[in-house]
Design a protein around this ligand. Structure first.
Ligand code: CU
Length: 327
């Protein structure tokens, strides 16, 4: 294409004639953008996967934590190229298609008003991406462990394993206690769980609403009074984890935390049987194990009772039978 010298005397001719070159985008521009974009997107994704991916919270301590970290990485690996694409396009446009002094008017040309291929490919690509992520997210919510985040008393999605350890989590102003129905229903403020074992946390509350958040386990479930909220996970590494209350529950909400531990299966067995013996006297004075409780109404005993007005089915379909005397 030829360029026409611009002089004051040729104003009319200039208005009638198509705009002169430098600011029209051609296939060479798109090729350059594509190459820069692909290179930067691949570099960005590889750097993320190698350097950041392995350290993404909440870590790799359980199946659910692993799943959350994996999902986060998938989102980033798909989102990074989109972000880099926008930046590359913007930088290229600013550098190449900007108006130059004495040059043609940059908004006078047809290509500045729209570009069919760019608009269509942007719409189709982003729609496919968002729909794919919606499907992916839904699938990831239920695999591999069922409802990691707590799904009420009868979860739709349960672990494949039938051998599930039941651990009850009781929120109360302002601490967490735990009961182990498979070991006589003793109650302790220590949360000890075995590695490589499918665990069902039965989360409930004795007073206001709390939220059981075992950070490194990747488990967070509402603790509501008179409710048995179930969350599944399988620890895959031993070690310590923190438990916090994640629902503003009163004056000492911020102090409502403790530390739990994932131990070996034999270590757990030894701890649970010895604690059952050690606490036998206490357990005898506790209300029988149940999946939810009501607090002592007049506070005379300072205790709580099995929730006999439980609106839910007393038959547990996903694990332990209803304990004797409970419900
Ligand atoms: Cu709380």
């Amino acid at each position: 294409m030829t360029t026409e010298p611009s002089t004051p005397s040729s104003e009319a001719a200039k208005a009638a004639a198509p705009s002169p070159r430098p600011h029209r985008s051609g296939s060479r521009d798109w090729m350059r953008i594509l190459v820069v974009w692909v290179v930067l997107a691949v570099v960005g994704d590889v750097l993320w996967i190698k350097l950041v991916g392995p350290h993404v919270p909440p870590g790799r301590m359980t199946s659910t934590a692993n799943g959350a970290a994996f999902d986060f990485n998938v989102l980033i690996v798909l989102a990074l190229p989109v972000m880099i694409g926008v930046w590359v396009y913007m930088a290229y446009a600013l550098l190449t298609w900007r108006a130059s002094k004495g040059g043609p008017d940059p908004v006078a040309t047809k290509s500045s008003r729209g570009n069919g291929p760019v608009e269509w490919s942007w719409m189709i690509l982003t729609t496919v991406l968002v729909l794919f992520l919606a499907g992916f997210g839904t699938y990831e919510l239920i695999q591999p462990e069922g409802s990691g985040g707590g799904q009420g008393p009868s979860p739709l999605w349960t672990p494949a394993s039938k051998d599930v350890l039941q651990v009850q989590v009781i929120g109360q102003q302002w601490k967490w206690t735990y009961r182990y129905p498979a070991f006589g229903g003793f109650e302790t403020n220590q949360l000890i769980v075995p590695v490589n074992t499918s665990i069902a946390f039965h989360v409930t509350s004795l007073d206001v609403i709390h939220s059981f958040w075992a950070y490194q386990l990747g488990v967070k479930a509402d603790a509501n009074p008179a409710t048995d909220n179930v969350a599944f996970t399988t620890p895959t590494q031993t070690g310590f984890f923190t438990v916090r209350c994640a629902e503003l529950c009163g004056l000492w909400h911020g102090a409502m935390y403790n530390e739990g531990q994932v131990v070996s299966q034999t270590g757990f067995e030894a701890w649970a049987t010895s604690t059952q013996k050690l606490l036998a006297q206490n357990t005898a004075n506790l209300p029988p194990f149940a999946y939810s409780y009501v607090p002592d109404a007049n506070g005379a005993d300072g205790g709580y009772y099995p929730d006999t007005a439980d609106p839910y089915s007393p038959v547990e379909t996903y694990g332990a039978p209803t304990p004797a005397g409970g419900g």
